[in-house]
Ligand binder design. Structure first.
Ligand SMILES: [Zn+2]
Ligand SMILES: [Zn+2]
Ligand SMILES: [Zn+2]
Length: 857
């Protein structure tokens, strides 16, 4: 290389010489000899001298000492002496180095020899600069999963980045009990960056590791939820009232299923539910009255019947299959002083059974008892020859005990040869003459005195009837019939001898000397009739209107009540009515009819039989209207709307009156008054019936303003039971009732209970009537109840003290101040025996049952 330069320089120097030749005047040929030496690969262009110089050439060359200095060695001509001089060096920064590009320095060495300038250039490559990266920045990802490093070159702002996925090292696991600590580490590839690490704290969490427990209360009304954290032992509890939904309602036939559900407020708890079998409900019982069996009809024990399953239960709650009591066996016996004798059945009719026992001898004081087939003793009414203590009253031989059973009971009389004085109904017909002894009774109606009655006698057409008073030896007949009864002349006529001649086959009750006027009243008792339809007609008109047939359900309380009453009623044909109802059902035909008075009406059945005034029972009818007999028609004299009923079991027509002008909001009727009483509602649509006295089993019924019976309910358990339209009182007393006409709910308030009732007893069989008194609170002594104005018509007449259930009060004692007036029939008896006639107030202490009487007249 050096050699080449030398060579090149040499050529250059020739060139210069040539320049020197022409430097005298030819400026165009002036040139600067330049020697260029490249550093590195750069080639230098060479210039060939144009001509040879005739003067001595300066032959030389630069010798560089690196770049800082250079010498020029030359000769003048080929043969000249070699001379060395120093060159001046000038440096030029041709290219400034950068981070991406080398720099270039140019050094120019210059010498001037003999006025001739020699120059040589030398270039120095300055290597490019290195980037300078300092203070890198590290940015972690939000989740520390990566870290990004970045740095700028201080010189050129060039940016280097590197993002690296971190290595995660969990130092502390986070939990509900302590903070978590995690170390993230990154290692960068680029050496500019340093490895980084960071420790991250995670606050402890609410994420507990709960174990749940749910505890139900015994009654399932509450559920307690409990969550216990197994890590921190933190506990959360919540007690929640459960909701109850009935899946299956419990009845006596099916189990009740209830689902209890607890919905907790705290979301961490799950809704809990529990299905509970609550088992069966108890039976829903309706009470049915009992009545005893007779020789004629089955009886029925008092019992309950479930309205759901229909099972029957006795009063102790034991299930029974049959509530009926069989008809009494007719194999009965009679005991005289405890010697038992079988009775001989002599007659067995529909309504009467007769037995007899012939005995050789009886003595005064012999005790008579009656026994049923099963050996139990049976009570009876004492007739002729037997006193109230069931002892024989005569000494006699060849006597006959006549035992007569009717549906009202059994009577035993002793038949013996003696003439008895008294008042008799004498009936004469083809069979001969029969005397029926009349019984003396007393009515407590003000001034009335005794009457003589005979319940009823079945008479045939042509029978002749007289009343014989063998005490006074007097005879009474047709002319002694009460004037007001004479209209019944189609039933009877006057015989040639003043006797009553019967024109109808019927049963007739007799009452004599009522009002003390020695007048006779005949009560014709209607037979039950069987009809299939009923119409009402008007006298003189062809058209009729049908009555509606209503059958009262055997399961209803009305039905039970009717039979209960019939068993206790003393009406002469109660038995017939009962039998009819048992055989045919409890049927009522009825119609509501507006009548423009005066109008005469009658009823007609499907067979064309007509019914009119003779079967019109005014006792069931209202007193709000007037009526009379129009040739057997019922002549209604008051205009208005009537309810006309025909009751086949009684053969009766009953009429009640609904006044046309009535404007009441509702009406009520009670068992004591068979007429309707109007009620006016208050602003809440409530009607009130105040201070009404009810006997046990008395009832009340409400109607709307159009006399439609209202089916009511009771708001709470009271002393009343409800059966459809009837509210029946189970405890005698005075009550106030309110009826909400919107809801038909009745509310009952007790004003006071009547705890005792009184009856004047002593009626003979088939008498059909006796007086009763109801005890009321004694105003001057709260502890006592009083029955006022009890009329005692004969010495040794007795009065029974009954409780509201109709049971005798057997723990009575007589107050010492009253012992001269009254005594007990026997210890434990509920009969008071009065020593003398008079009018009495009877006081009973409700707590002690001490009885005292005050004679007022
Ligand atoms: Zn740079
Ligand atoms: Zn926890
Ligand atoms: Zn049941």
């Amino acid at each position: 290389m050096r050699k080449t330069k030398k060579f090149l320089f040499s050529i250059f120097a020739l060139g210069m010489a040539s320049f020197s030749l022409i430097s005298c005047g030819d400026s165009e040929k002036t040139t600067t000899k330049t020697i260029t030496e490249s550093v590195g690969p750069t080639e230098t262009e060479t210039e060939t001298p144009t001509t040879s110089n005739p003067i001595l050439d300066i032959i030389g060359e630069f010798n560089w000492e690196e770049y800082a200095g250079a010498t020029f060695t030359y000769k003048l001509g080929e043969d000249g002496e070699e001379i060395e001089v120093s060159a001046t060096i000038t440096k030029e920064e041709t290219t400034i180095p950068s981070c991406t590009k080398d720099g270039l320095n140019t050094y120019i060495a210059k010498v001037v020899i003999n006025g001739e300038e020699f120059i040589e250039k030398k270039e120095e490559v300055v290597p490019k600069l290195n980037h300078k990266y300092e203070n890198p920045e590290y940015v972690w990802a939000y989740d520390y999963s990566t870290c990004k490093a970045s740095v700028y070159c201080e010189y050129c702002q060039n940016e280097i980045t590197e993002e690296v996925t971190s290595t995660k090292d969990v130092l502390n696991e986070v939990s509900c009990s302590r903070d978590g600590l995690t170390k993230y580490t990154v290692e960068f590839t680029n050496e500019v960056f340093e490895d980084q690490e960071v420790e991250v704290t995670t606050p402890k969490t609410e994420d507990h590791d709960y174990t749940y427990k749910y505890t139900w209360s015994i009654d399932n009304k509450e559920c307690m939820a409990e969550a216990v954290c197994s890590v921190c032992n933190g506990t959360i509890t919540e007690k929640k009232e459960t909701e109850e939904s009935i899946i299956t309602t419990a009845t006596c036939l099916q189990d009740g299923i209830i689902i209890y559900t607890a919905n907790f407020d705290n979301y961490i708890f799950e809704t809990q539910s529990k299905e509970v079998n609550i088992g069966r409900a108890s039976h829903k019982l309706d009470k049915y009255y009992g009545y005893p069996a007779t020789f004629f009809n089955e009886g029925r024990i008092e019992h309950n019947k479930c309205t759901v399953c229909g099972k029957l239960f006795d009063l102790s709650g034991k299930e029974i299959t049959d509530a009926s009591i069989p008809v009494l066996s007719k194999e009965i016996s009679l005991a005289i002083n405890n010697d038992k004798y079988a009775l001989t059945l002599v007659e067995d009719n529909e309504n009467s059974i007769q037995w007899k026992l012939e005995a050789s001898e009886v003595k005064v004081g012999d005790t008579i008892k009656l026994f049923l087939k099963d050996g139990s003793e049976y009570s009876f009414f004492n007739g002729d020859g037997i006193d109230d203590d069931y002892k024989v009253t005569v000494d006699a031989t060849d006597v006959t005990f006549n035992v007569l059973a009717t549906p009202n009971g059994v009577a035993i009389s002793l038949e013996y040869e003696t003439e008895e004085k008294g008042i008799f109904v004498e009936v004469t017909n083809d069979s001969g003459v029969t005397l029926y002894p009349m019984s003396e009774i007393n009515y407590n109606f003000g001034t009335e005195t005794n009457s003589y009655v005979y319940g009823y006698i079945s008479l045939l057409v042509g029978d002749k009837v007289l009343i014989k008073d063998t005490i006074n030896d007097k005879t009474y007949g047709y002319n002694d019939i009460l004037e007001s009864e004479i209209w019944r002349s189609h039933y009877f006529t006057c015989g040639d001898n003043g006797e009553i001649i019967i024109n109808t086959t019927d049963r007739v009750g007799f009452e004599f000397s009522r009002n003390g006027d020695e007048k006779l009243t005949l009560a014709f008792v209607h037979d039950p009739v069987t009809v299939t339809s009923m119409e009402v007609g008007v006298k003189g008109e062809v058209d009729t209107a049908p009555l509606t047939k209503n059958t009262i359900s055997e399961d209803s309380n009305e039905y039970g009540y009717a039979l209960h009453m019939l068993n206790h009623e003393t009406t002469v044909n109660a038995t017939d009515i009962k039998e009819y109802i048992l055989a045919n059902g409890y049927i009522v035909y009825q119609i509501e009819l507006p009548i423009s008075a005066p109008m005469s009406i009658y009823l007609k059945d499907n067979s064309g039989n007509t019914y009119g005034y003779s079967v019109f029972e005014s006792k069931y009818s209202s007193s709000d209207f007037t009526y009379s007999n129009d040739e057997g028609y019922i002549h209604l004299e008051t205009s208005g709307t009537y309810v006309i009923m025909f009751i086949p079991s009684c053969g009766n027509i009953a009429i009640s009156f609904a006044p046309a002008s009535a404007s009441s909001d509702a009406y009520y009727m009670t068992s004591k008054e068979s007429s309707f009483t109007g009620l006016t509602k208050d602003s809440n649509n409530i009607v009130t019936v105040s201070n009404i006295d009810f006997d046990k089993n008395g009832y009340i019924a409400f109607t709307d303003s159009s006399y439609n019976m209202l089916t009511v309910t009771l708001d709470t358990t009271t002393d009343f039971i409800v059966s459809s339209t009837l509210l029946m009182c189970t405890k005698a007393g005075k009550y106030t009732l309110t009826l909400n006409l919107d809801t038909l709910v009745v509310h009952v308030d007790v004003v006071e209970y009547v705890t005792l009732s009184g009856l004047v007893d002593g009626a003979a069989i088939n008498l059909g009537s006796y007086s009763s008194k109801t005890f009321k609170r004694n105003a001057s002594n709260e502890a006592e109840v009083v029955a006022e104005g009890m009329v005692i018509t004969a010495a040794n007449q007795y009065v029974s003290i009954m409780d509201p259930n109709g049971e005798g009060v057997t723990d009575i004692t007589v107050a010492s101040d009253s012992s001269s007036l009254i005594s007990l029939l026997a210890a434990g008896s509920y009969f008071l025996v009065f020593a003398e006639t008079g009018t009495y107030n009877i006081y009973v202490n409700e707590d002690t049952h001490v009885v005292r009487v005050v004679k007022t007249a």
